[in-house]
Design a protein around this ligand. Structure first.
Ligand SMILES: Nc1ncnc2c1ncn2[C@@H]1O[C@H](COP(=O)(O)OP(=O)(O)OP(=O)(O)O)[C@@H](O)[C@H]1O
Ligand SMILES: [Mg+2]
Length: 273
């Protein structure tokens, strides 16, 4: 029986050992202040991180600490107050087809069918109808919605909408996929299936994924590295390199030891102000 003295805590490295030159995504000293007429909210402070091509990095941290803010800035949907984000050496100013984002609130077109939601990006990019349909159907199947391809999105459950949101982004084969709690509203069983599917897609496509989650279990099952944030204003508290190859066994005692350690770190940040 492995106990707390297991060497797992020594195996994990806390060092972000990829240089900006080697990285696909190079983020330096990112800071975000939201200003309204009568207040200022510092959401993010001194956020520096390099991510390699093909890496799956998860971000965990207390609610309201600034996770969505980070993803929106990488997606080019939100201007940083200061700091830089380079994607393949180029500044990420404004959205681009190299990045796709799965939104926390799905952001679908409710009046369109599932298929026409998934086809949307390809429609904008001017793909021929047949290719659009073939590619859309492949991803609709991947998220298990083939029976609902012609249903309108407002007729679907929350979890089904979330799966449409995932298919709609992955179908465009972005270089970088930003996922904001993509499995948050799925039931536990579907969530586990989607995690396995995501890893299969990653294997086939070598996509880089930045994934926000509140589930430490999910972060440990999926990631190459886990970024633990402090409470707002978010800064990096610790970076954990997950030491096991995939597929991972959630029942492994070492998995539990690392889960517990991360949960304790998060609990320390979760003090209500
Ligand atoms: N458009 C905005 N204007 C003003 N303040 C904002 C805006 N968007 C976010 N904030 C504030 O910035 C902080 C970080 O918000 P953000 O949505 O990034 O948190 P989060 O970590 O994603 O939270 P959750 O886990 O609940 O999704 C919060 O205090 C929030 O109120
Ligand atoms: Mg959020």
């Amino acid at each position: 029986m492995i106990n707390e003295t297991s060497n797992i805590n020594e195996e994990i490295s806390s060092v972000d050992n990829c240089s900006c030159e080697e990285a696909q995504i190079c983020i330096k000293n990112l800071r975000k202040v939201y200003k309204t007429d009568d207040s200022e909210t510092v959401a993010l402070e001194d956020f520096t991180l390099n991510i390699r091509k093909g890496e799956l990095v998860t971000i965990v941290g207390p609610s309201g600490c600034g996770k969505t803010t980070i993803l929106r800035m990488i997606a080019g949907l939100l201007e940083p107050t200061s700091g830089t984000i380079l994607i393949d050496g180029k500044e990420a100013s404004g959205p681009g087809s190299d990045r796709g984002m799965v939104f926390q609130d799905f952001a679908l077109f409710p009046w369109r069918s599932v298929r026409r939601n998934v086809e949307f990006g390809m429609e904008v990019a001017g793909f021929p109808k047949e290719e659009r349909r073939n590619r859309a159907d492949k991803y609709i199947k991947l998220v298990g919605l083939e029976k609902f391809a012609n249903s309108r999105v407002h007729e679907l459950s929350g979890g089904m909408k979330q799966r449409v949101g995932i298919a709609r982004v992955l179908v465009n084969h972005p270089e970088v996929t930003l996922m904001d709690e993509p499995f948050g509203s799925l039931d536990a069983q579907t969530r586990n299936i989607m995690q396995v599917q995501l890893l299969k897609i990653l294997e086939k496509t070598d996509q880089t994924i930045i994934f926000v989650t509140h589930s430490v279990d999910e972060a440990l099952f999926l990631s190459d590295r886990i970024i633990i944030l402090t409470k707002r204003p978010a800064t990096i508290k610790e970076i954990i390199t997950v030491p096991w190859p995939r597929p991972r066994d959630r029942a492994d005692p070492e998995f539990s030891i690392l889960r517990k350690r991360i949960l304790v770190e998060l609990e320390n940040e979760n003090v209500m102000e």
